[in-house]
Design a protein around this ligand. Sequence first.
Ligand code: A3P
Length: 299
Amino acid sequence: LSLEQTLDRAELRELKGIPLTTATYSIWDQVWKFKARPDDLLISTYAKAGTTWTQEIVDMIQQNGDVEKCRRATTYRRHPFLEWYIPEPSSLRYSGLELAEAMPSPRTMKTHLPVQLVPPSFWEQNCKIIYVARNPKDSLVSYYHFHRMNKAMPEPGTWEEFMEKFMTGKVLWGSWYDHVKGWWKAKDKHRILYLFYEDMKENPKQEIQKILKFLEKDLTEDVLNKILHNTSFEVMKENPMANYTKDFPGVMDHSLFPFMRKGVVSDWKNYFTVAQNKKFDEDYKKKMADTSLVFRTEL
Ligand code: A3P
C-alpha cells in the first residue's frame, strides 16, 4: 500500500464551534492541559498566513544566523505543532504534545488554534506569542491549493465550494475572520507581537527587526542580512528542511502544487471572478465591522 492509500483525508469535528481534525479532537483534554513554561515562545497563525516563514526567521534569530544549526531538522520537527496529532500510519506518526514535552527549554512551538482554544497555561505563564495574519483573499487561495496538494486535509471541493466554506468558517481551524479578530483583541492584554504577511513581503528587514526586539535579541548587520537572505522565498523553496518535501511522503503532492507555492501578495486576483470578489467584499464588511483591524490585499 502506498501511504496515500493508508492516510485518509481528515474528517472534521467541531470543538466549541471550531472544526478540528478528529485526531486533534480525540486528544483535546491533553492539549487543553498542556503545561507551558515561562520561556516558551508560541508562533500562532491562521493556516497559510506565513507560519513556516516566520518559524524560519525565528529559528535563524535563535541560532544567531547559523544556517547549519537551522538545518538540524525539518520545520515540522524543530517546532512542535502543538495540537497536531497523527496516530497512524507509524511512518507518519506525529504528536505535537509529545514532541513539546520532550523538548528542552527554551521551546518554540506552533499553533493554528483560535485564541479562545489556546491552553490556559500560556496565559498563566505570560509566554511570548508571535501572531502572523495574512489578508483573507490570499489566505483563501493558499488554503485551497494546500487542501488540494495535501491529501491529509479534508476534500476542498471546487474553488467555488471552498470559498463558501471559508466564508462560513466550515474549514479546519474555523473562521478566518474570528481568528484574526480574536488574536487582535488579545494582543492588548498579553505579550503578543501581531505581524502581517503583507508587511513582511514589503519590508522583511523591518519586520525581522520587530521580531528581534520582541525576542530581546541583538544581532549584527551581517547576521541580519544573512537571515534576510536565508528566509527569502527563493531560498526557502529550495531548503529541504523548510519546504516540507521531507515530512509527508506520499501525502503532500508537491508536483501538483509545491508547499512553497508562490509566496506573493495579490495572487487572489488570478482566482476571484468579479462576481465572487463583490460577494466576498460585501460579506467581509459585515464580518469585520466590529474590529479596527485593517488588511492590505495588494501592495
Ligand atoms: P502561497 O500558497 O500563497 O504561496 P504557512 O506556512 O502558514 O502554511 O503558509 C504558507 C504560505 O506562505 C504559502 O503561500 C507559501 O508559499 C508562503 N511562504 C512560505 N515561505 C515564504 C517566504 N519565505 N516568503 C514568502 N512567502 C512564503
